[in-house]
Every structure is written in structure tokens, then in C-alpha cells.
Design a protein around this ligand. Structure first.
Ligand SMILES: Cc1ncc(C[n+]2csc(CCOP(=O)(O)OP(=O)(O)O)c2C)c(N)n1
Length: 953
């Protein structure tokens, strides 16, 4: 035996003597210079145990040259490597695949690869290679056997990518001491069998009763239910208020029926009345008369409240889910953050990570394939977005629709991308329910302790095709041959419990009959009336299309708010060049004709909303300063770099103001903010795109959630999206926020689309939006926000526009007050181009007594009544001209033409002025832009230019 003496005492370094000490000293010197220059196993030793203790002992003398041979030292070091290989590569041999290609042997787990024989391993005391080895393990050989059993069984682990020593140690202990493995008592095991019977019975009942209907059965991954049960149970024990869940189609119905405890008769009713895709379509449920569209059964979510023995109530909420896989992830994170934040006081909200957490169930193909996954996970460690750890569960059935793993990814595991985020991973065989429960416990406890994400890769199979009408044997014949012959989880677990003599031969059958009978009874007592929606509250209410709230604020309040926003904490050193910006804001509205510019109007809106007690959350790329440096709401001390938010000093603010620069993400961040706004309907949530056209990267969130969620699921949001828009010669990519897309999606008063031209208009619009909170008329607001107008005096507003005004859906052109009787042309337009018109009119010598112009400040809901009133006052009107700077196939034209045409008399023409149809939104060359812009503006105010003049542009 190698002469490293001493059994494990916890004093690791005491076991080193003679030449070992010399070797270790040398290695430690190298380690100090460059940790990566030495063998990883030795490096791990230093990381775990620190410096050799004898280095600090006075008079200590290393025993270089004494005792054992160099070969022994090498053996020892190789053994360490071998042991570490078992820990870190054990997953490569693990028994985690119930069906399909099983894991083979890994070279690294073969002692021969490390130059070791069994005898070598037998000659080393276990304590030298594994400090915490159980007392019945004496040699390195036994240690290796034990660790192999731990790391290559039906549950395998990946945590070597973590850099935090405490986390590694905690995980290693949890795994190697088997603290969470097979912890269930006899009764719990029987209850687990019963749960699996329930799940299987439910799926089988649906399969036989509703033949040919899609349900995306859980079969092959039934253990997903006990995993989620365990997480929810632990959360309730720990007095967590909310467990926010998100998942796709796979197994969703079973999760709703069991984990969410949704009444099974409700679900059965959905199937009974479902004609496949459109079960919820029912015009009777739509008081608006324009289509309450609903969604397919397997997209609906639900809520459940559970009460612990101590009386604590935990709400488990499953988010409604669109077809678009994985896009619900950031939305759920937003729910969770909203549930954690206390917004009742000024300053940043106070976050309590123990109030809520997220659980996300993913598909194995979607998790690695969809970019929204890393985009959302990246939010998890960022101050403005983190939620203290999400538990991820990959429902891994080895196939994505008909796509194999080889076709679906470049990585070994679907989960591999999380390693960069230092998220620990467990792969667990879905056929081992006890290992699955252990995985749930480790994930839960790790999240609880370290407030970080954890991932469980639940590896099972898919008993049927992608859905129940799909024939998987056409594309996966070999795999399905195995699946067809593979026993169900209930059969397997029954066998296990029979061997343990915990149940009798009839227990399973009794459980099964009970489940079947209960379902049959519920099915037979279903009413014949169709059930329109899973959630009876989720029907639209009468909406006030343009709520007429009093949004004006008195002058003294505005001035006080402004002064407070200009105050700085004691000793705060504002960056010198900003003084100019803020000096301009001093003495607001005191001088005659003084005006508030865009940034001021926006700040006053927020400040007054906070005074009204409504919390605000504003995020976006560079939003603290503002991409165009107009906002400067978060200031940095020039000396210390410390941040100060000017809206946190408001004496009378009664709610929090949360503002963050977002990471470079659109879909992820927008999804998060949307989720936040749905969960916290009392908060004004604002997302700002850096340039409006980047919003197209978040198209799924607009299409599947923000525009349609209320009609599909009854989710209400009044969030705001600020999308910088306007043609200023910045080229095809920084000109258009693609207004046309938002108008195309406008229907059923689903949102407001506005393009406003003054700071007071923005002020009233934002205040109106904030006041919609929690009301039936609440709806999202899409604002085409400005760039050059941020600094234009033409967009600045006078005091009375704030103190007496309100949001005007339609605005008169400021410098054009001609007699209504003489007007021959009514020029209509929206946004910055109308400010260009204002400028052109000012420069022109024409009296314009023939021209009237209106700005459509709210494009949707279209202000038809206001326009009708205006038209009625123009007796000699010959034409209405729509002017836009976007190409004809973009901007508002297609949407607006139809709206205006309906209002015109027979002898009145509707004409378009603007750029012709284009494939790209704008030209690239700024000079060409300028010429063209001047041309269309000129044409709009030129009395001689009639007819279809811009078609040839
Ligand atoms: C963004 C998106 N792309 C494509 C689809 C179509 N689709 C639905 S399920 C599916 C396969 C998903 O495979 P996986 O993630 O492994 O989940 P499984 O269905 O196997 O549970 C595909 C391609 C979709 N719904 N969403």
C-alpha cells in the first residue's frame, strides 16, 4: 500500500508525508502562479482544501525526498483523476435512457485509461482520494465503485462547469451522500404509484373516449407530474406565495388536470365540444360582437391554490401558451418578478425572492433549437430581471415532431447550452419515479439555497406520435418497435413495489378501476351545453374605446415635481456637461412662452403618475439615459459612479419607479415586460425599443401575446411600447418601426396605436394609459416615438397644454388656421412628417387659405367621429390627402385609406402622397432621403399638385 498514512479525519493535508509533501508544495507553487498549469485533479484538490497546512506551520520543513517513490505519487495523482472523471463524466455511462440508443462505455471511466489497475486502486486508502468517503469504504477501488454507482445510475449529474466552490461542494455532498435519493416512505411510494395510475388513466380515458383528438399525451414522461407535485409541495411547505409555470403542449393536459388540479369535467367538456382546433369559438360569449376567439384546449392555463398545514396559501399558476415554442419563458419570468416586487413605496421596488419562483417545462428539440431560450435564461442573473432561480424541466422524449436528436442539435444533450450560465444539470430516467422525485428535491433545494436556475432533463419517450393522429412508425420505425414493447411506468413501478412487498397483486388494478370509474362518471354527467372557455372570467367586457379621464395636472404640482426631479442627494457630483441639460429645466413655465420639451413632458408624466400612486417600470436598451440622450433619468456620480434616479427624490411619490437598461434582447425582454404587466395590472410597464425596427425581432411576442392574448385567453395588459420611428435619413434600418404591422394586427380594440407630435400629447397619453390600470378598457399602447423631435421646439408644449389639456386623438396643424369655408384640401398625416409640413408652411409665402391639415395622433382605435365632425365643417372640400413618409405599402396608408374612404362624400377624392411601393423601408443615402422628403412635403402643400402625382416615385 502506498505510504500515505492516516484515515480520513477531515484534516486532509495531514495525510501527506515525505516526498508527497514536496510534490504537493511544487504543485501548489505552480497553482498559485497559474491554476490551469497543473493537472485539473490536483487543481481541484487545492480549490477544495486550500493551501497545504504545513506551509503555515512555523519551523515546518517539507519532507522532500523521504518515503515513497515517484511512481507511487503518480499513481495517487492518476487515482485522483480517475475519481474526478467518475464525478464529472459519469453521466456519459449513466442509465438514463428508457428506450432508444443507450449510453456506451466511456474511456475516462476505465481505470486503465488512467494507467491504473484494480490492485493499484486497492492499495490506496479511500480517504486519500475522497475525504468524505463513508466509513464502510476503505480503498480507492471501493470508492470508485461506490461513486460509479452514484454517478452512472438512472440519475446523472453535470456540475463541473460551476465555478462557485460552495455550490460544487453542496451538490457533491447532496449527490454522494444520497441525501435526496430514495427518501420516500412506504406510504409515499404507494401514493406515487397511485398518482402515476391517475395520470395514465386520464390519458387512456381521453384516448379511448375522444378518438382522433389531439392531446399531446404525456405517456412516456408521466413522471413529470410527480416531479412538479414535489416542487409545488415544497414551495407550499416553505410558504412561497406563487409558483409560476410555463410549458408547451407535451403533457400539458395531464399537468393541468393533476398538478393544477383543474376540474377534470371541465377538461372533458372541452374535448366533448371541441372540433379539434377551435373548441372555444363561440360568438355568444363575445359581448363586443367582433369575435371572442378563444384558443385550442392545450394552450389554456389555469390557477390553483393550495393550503399548507400551517395555513399558508400558495397559488400555482400555469401561463396560457401560444403554439410558438419556448416564447412563454420570458413571460413567466415577468409574472414571477412582478409577484416578487413590492411597488408600494417610492424608489426601486423591494424584491423578495422567496415570494415566488418559476418552473418552466421545455421540449428537448425546442430547448436547444429556439434562440429565445438562452435569451431568456440570460435574464436570470441580471439585476432588473432576475427572479432568484428558475427550475427548468426538459420533457425529453428523444424526438421533435419527426426530427431525431442528430438532426436537431450539435450538442450531446439538449440541455448543454445552460452550462455557460453555470446552471447545474440532472439527467434522469423517466422510468425511475424515485430518482425523478430526488431530482425534483435537489433542484428545489439548490434554488432555495443559491437562488439560481437548475435544470432537470427528464429523459423518457413518446408513446404515440407527435400527436395522437400522427403515425410515428413511418419515420422512427426502430425506436417505436422498442417503445411498443416497452412496459408502461405503472407496470414497472408496480413490479418494484411488489418486490418490496409494499402492495399486493390487486393494488394496481383497484387503483385503475377507481380512476376509470370516476372519469366515466364525470363524463356521463357532462352537460350538453358547450363550455366556451376554461376560465369563465376570461370574457371581454364592454370597453370604453377612448376613455376620457382627466389627465391635466395643475401648474404648481408640475413645478414642484420638476424642482424635486432636479434635486440631487447630498454630495452627489453630477457630470459637468449634464448641468446644461438640467439648467434648461429649471424654473419650468415661469418665463413667458416657456415650453417643456419631449424629455420634460415624459418626466412630468412619470412623476405625476407616481404622485397618483401608480407604480412604473421602464426598461429598454440604454433606457436609463435614453438612446438619444434625452432622458437622463438615472445619473452617475462623476467621482464614484454611484447611480441616482431623479424620480426617486419625489416627496409625494406613492409608488415605486423601476428603471433598467435591458440586455441586448428584444423578444426576451419584451416578453418579460409583458408578463410583468399582466401579473401586475396596477403598474404602468413600459418597454422601449432602441430603434423601432428592432421590435421586429420580438414579433412573436407582439403577435402571440400582446396583440391577441386578451381575445385568446382573457389576459389583460396595459403596457406601453415606445418604438422610435421617423424618416430622418438614417437608412433602411433606423427609419421605420413598421407601423403597418401594428395597424394590421389592430382589431377588437386590442391595443392603441399612436404617433404623437408634442410633449403634452405624450404626457396626457401616458397618464391616460396609467389610469386604465385594472379597468375593462385597459389595453396595450404602441407609440411611434420620436428621434429628432426629441430636441425640436416644435414638439415642445406650453404650460396650459399640460394644465388644461387632455389627449387629443386628432390635432390641428399648429400654424395653419384657415377659414373652414375656403378649405379645398384636407391634408391628413401622422407623426414627424406633419412637423416637416409645419416647417415648410412657415417657410412658404403662400397664405394656404385653401388648405386644412390635421394630425392623426391616435391611429387606432381610429378617430372616425372626430374626423367626421371636421369634414362636416368643410363645405367646399374637394379632396382628402393622406401624407406619409413611409413607402406606400408601409406606414398607415393601407389601414387608413379604408377608414377615411368610408367618411367621404361622392364628390370628394382620397389621394395618397408619399413614397411609392418599396421593398426596403427607406433609401440608404441621406441626401436622396432629404430630396425625396422635401418633395413629398412640398407636394402635400402645393395647390397645383393634384391627381395621382406620387405614383411614379
Ligand atoms: C417556434 C415554433 N416552431 C415550430 C413549431 C412546430 N412544432 C410544434 S411541436 C414541434 C416539435 C417540438 O419538439 P420538442 O421540443 O422535442 O417537444 P415534443 O413535442 O417532442 O414534446 C414543432 C416543430 C412550433 N410550435 N413553434
Amino acid at each position: 500500500m502506498v505510504t500515505l498514512k492516516g484515515e480520513s479525519t477531515g484534516r486532509f493535508w495531514e495525510s501527506f508525508h515525505g516526498p508527497n509533501m514536496g510534490y504537493v508544495e511544487e504543485q501548489y507553487e505552480l497553482f498559485q502562479e497559474d491554476p490551469d498549469s497543473i493537472d485539473p485533479s490536483v487543481k481541484a484538490m487545492f480549490e477544495e482544501h486550500g493551501a497545504p497546512t504545513w506551509l503555515f506551520e512555523s519551523g515546518a520543513d517539507s519532507a522532500k525526498g523521504e518515503g515513497i517513490s515517484l511512481q507511487d505519487i503518480k499513481k495517487f495523482s492518476q487515482t485522483m483523476k480517475y475519481i474526478e472523471a467518475i464525478r464529472h463524466q459519469g453521466h456519459e455511462e449513466a442509465d438514463i435512457y428508457a428506450v432508444g440508443k443507450r449510453n456506451g462505455k466511456s474511456n475516462l471511466l476505465d481505470p486503465a485509461t488512467h494507467g491504473l489497475s484494480k490492485e493499484d486502486l486497492m492499495s490506496i486508502p479511500a480517504s486519500h482520494v475522497w475525504e468524505d468517503a463513508p466509513s464502510n469504504i476503505h480503498t480507492a477501488y471501493e470508492a470508485a465503485q461506490y461513486l460509479k454507482e452514484v454517478y452512472t445510475g438512472t440519475i446523472s449529474y453535470e456540475y463541473n462547469h460551476l465555478t462557485n466552490v460552495d455550490e460544487r461542494k453542496w451538490l457533491q455532498d447532496a449527490i454522494e451522500k444520497k441525501s435526496y435519493l430514495r427518501t420516500l416512505g412506504n406510504e409515499e411510494k404507494e401514493a406515487l404509484l397511485s398518482r402515476l395510475v391517475e395520470v395514465e388513466g386520464f390519458e387512456e380515458f381521453l384516448q379511448t373516449t375522444f378518438v382522433g383528438q389531439k392531446r399531446f399525451s404525456i405517456e412516456g414522461l408521466e413522471t413529470m407530474v410527480p416531479i412538479l407535485d414535489k416542487i409545488v409541495e415544497k414551495a407550499n411547505d416553505d410558504q412561497i406565495d406563487k409558483v409560476m409555470m410555463g410549458m408547451a403542449h407535451r403533457g400539458r393536459l395531464s399537468v393541468l388536470a393533476h398538478v393544477l388540479d383543474l376540474p377534470k369535467d371541465t377538461l372533458l367538456a372541452q374535448f366533448q365540444h371541441s372540433s379539434d382546433e377551435n373548441f372555444a369559438t363561440n360568438s355568444d360569449a363575445d359581448p363586443l360582437g367582433t369575435g371572442w376567439t378563444g384558443d385550442v384546449t392545450y394552450h389554456f392555463g389555469g390557477e390553483r391554490e393550495i393550503t399548507s398545514e400551517s395555513g399558508h396559501k400558495t397559488t400555482v399558476k400555469m401561463a396560457h401558451n401560444p403554439s410558438h415554442l419556448e416564447y412563454v419563458n420570458p413571460v413567466v419570468a415577468g409574472f414571477t418578478r412582478a409577484a416578487q416586487d413590492d411597488r408600494s413605496e417610492k424608489g426601486y421596488p423591494k424584491q423578495d425572492l422567496n415570494k415566488a419562483f418559476s418552473v418552466l417545462v421545455h421540449g428537448d428539440a425546442a430547448f436547444i433549437g429556439e434562440g429565445i431560450v438562452p435569451e431568456s435564461i440570460n435574464l436570470g442573473g441580471i439585476k432588473g430581471y432576475h427572479t432568484g432561480g428558475t427550475i427548468h424541466l426538459i420533457a425529453n422524449n428523444l424526438v421533435g415532431y419527426t426530427t431525431t436528436q442528430e438532426e436537431g442539435r450539435s450538442t450531446r444533450y439538449s440541455s448543454d447550452l445552460v452550462k455557460g450560465f453555470e446552471i447545474p444539470v440532472i439527467h434522469v430516467n423517466a422510468d425511475d419515479p424515485l430518482a425523478c422525485v430526488a431530482a425534483a428535491l435537489i433542484a428545489y433545494e439548490y434554488r432555495k439555497k443559491f437562488k439560481k436556475d437548475f435544470l432537470i432533463d427528464l429523459v423518457g419517450y413518446r408513446r404515440y406520435g407527435h400527436n395522437e393522429m400522427d403515425e410515428p412508425r413511418t419515420t422512427q420505425p426502430v425506436l417505436y418497435k422498442q417503445i411498443d414493447e416497452h412496459p408502461t411506468i405503472v407496470e414497472l413501478f408496480e413490479q418494484e413495489l411488489l418486490i418490496e412487498e409494499l402492495i399486493t397483486e390487486t393494488t394496481k388494478e383497484e387503483m385503475q378501476s377507481k380512476v376509470k370509474e370516476s372519469l366515466q362518471k364525470q363524463y356521463e354527467s357532462l352537460s350538453v351545453e358547450p363550455t366556451p372557455s376554461l376560465d369563465s372570467k376570461a370574457t371581454p367586457e364592454e370597453v370604453q374605446v377612448n376613455p376620457d379621464y382627466d389627465t391635466a395636472v395643475s401648474l404648481d404640482v408640475l413645478q414642484k415635481l420638476n424642482e424635486e426631479m432636479l434635486e440631487r442627494p447630498e454630495g452627489f457630483q453630477q457630470y459637468r456637461r449634464l448641468n446644461r441639460v438640467f439648467n434648461r429645466r429649471k424654473n419650468l413655465f415661469e418665463k413667458e412662452n416657456s415650453k417643456a420639451d419631449w424629455g420634460m413632458g415624459e418626466a412630468l408624466a412619470y412623476a405625476s403618475i407616481l404622485k397618483d400612486g401608480i407604480p412604473i417600470r421602464l426598461t429598454g436598451q440604454d433606457s436609463e439615459r435614453g438612446t438619444f440622450a434625452h432622458r437622463h433619468m438615472v445619473l452617475h456620480d462623476a467621482e464614484t459612479g454611484e447611480k441616482y434616479c431623479s424620480l426617486h427624490g419625489l416627496e409625494e411619490a406613492k409608488a415605486s419607479f423601476d428603471i433598467h437598461n435591458s440586455p441586448l434582447s428584444e423578444a426576451g425582454v419584451l416578453g418579460f415586460e409583458y408578463g410583468y404587466s399582466v401579473h401586475s395590472d396596477e403598474t404602468l410597464v413600459i418597454w422601449e425599443a432602441q430603434f423601432g425596427d428592432f421590435a421586429n425581432v420580438a414579433q412573436v411576442i407582439f403577435d402571440q401575446f400582446i396583440s391577441a392574448a386578451r381575445a385568446k385567453w382573457g389576459d389583460i395588459s396595459n403596457m406601453v411600447m415606445l418604438l422610435p420611428h421617423g424618416y430622418e435619413g438614417n437608412g433602411p434600418e433606423h427609419s421605420s418601426a413598421r407601423l403597418e404591422r401594428f395597424l394590421q394586427m389592430a382589431g377588437e380594440y386590442n391595443w392603441t396605436v399612436a404617433n404623437v407630435t408634442s410633449s403634452a400629447q405624450l404626457f396626457h397619453l401616458l397618464r391616460r394609459q396609467a389610469m386604465m390600470k385594472g379597468k375593462a378598457e385597459a389595453r396595450p399602447l404602441v407609440v411611434m416615438s420620436p428621434k429628432s423631435l426629441l430636441r425640436s421646439q416644435r414638439a415642445a408644449s406650453a404650460a396650459e397644454e399640460f394644465t388644461d389639456g387632455k389627449f387629443e386623438l386628432v390635432r390641428q396643424q399648429p400654424n395653419l388656421r384657415v377659414s373652414k369655408k375656403n378649405a379645398k384640401r384636407l391634408l391628413l398625416g401622422s407623426g414627424k412628417v406633419m412637423v416637416d409640413v409645419e416647417e415648410a408652411i412657415e417657410k412658404s409665402e403662400d397664405s394656404f387659405n385653401w388648405l386644412r391639415a390635421l394630425r392623426i395622433e391616435q391611429l387606432y382605435p381610429f378617430p372616425a367621429e372626430e374626423l367626421k365632425k371636421e369634414l362636416a365643417q368643410l363645405p367646399n372640400l374637394e379632396e382628402v390627402v393622406w401624407l406619409q413618409e413611409e413607402p406606400k405599402n408601409m406606414g398607415a396608408w393601407s389601414f387608413i385609406a379604408e377608414q377615411i374612404q368610408d367618411l367621404l362624400k361622392e364628390n370628394q377624392k382620397l389621394r395618397y402622397i408619399g413614397r411609392s411601393r418599396r421593398s426596403a423601408p427607406s433609401v440608404g443615402e441621406p441626401n436622396i432621403h432629404r430630396v425625396k422628403q422635401a418633395e413629398i412635403v412640398e407636394e402635400a402643400i402645393n395647390p397645383n399638385k393634384g391627381g395621382n402625382s406620387s405614383e411614379g416615385n
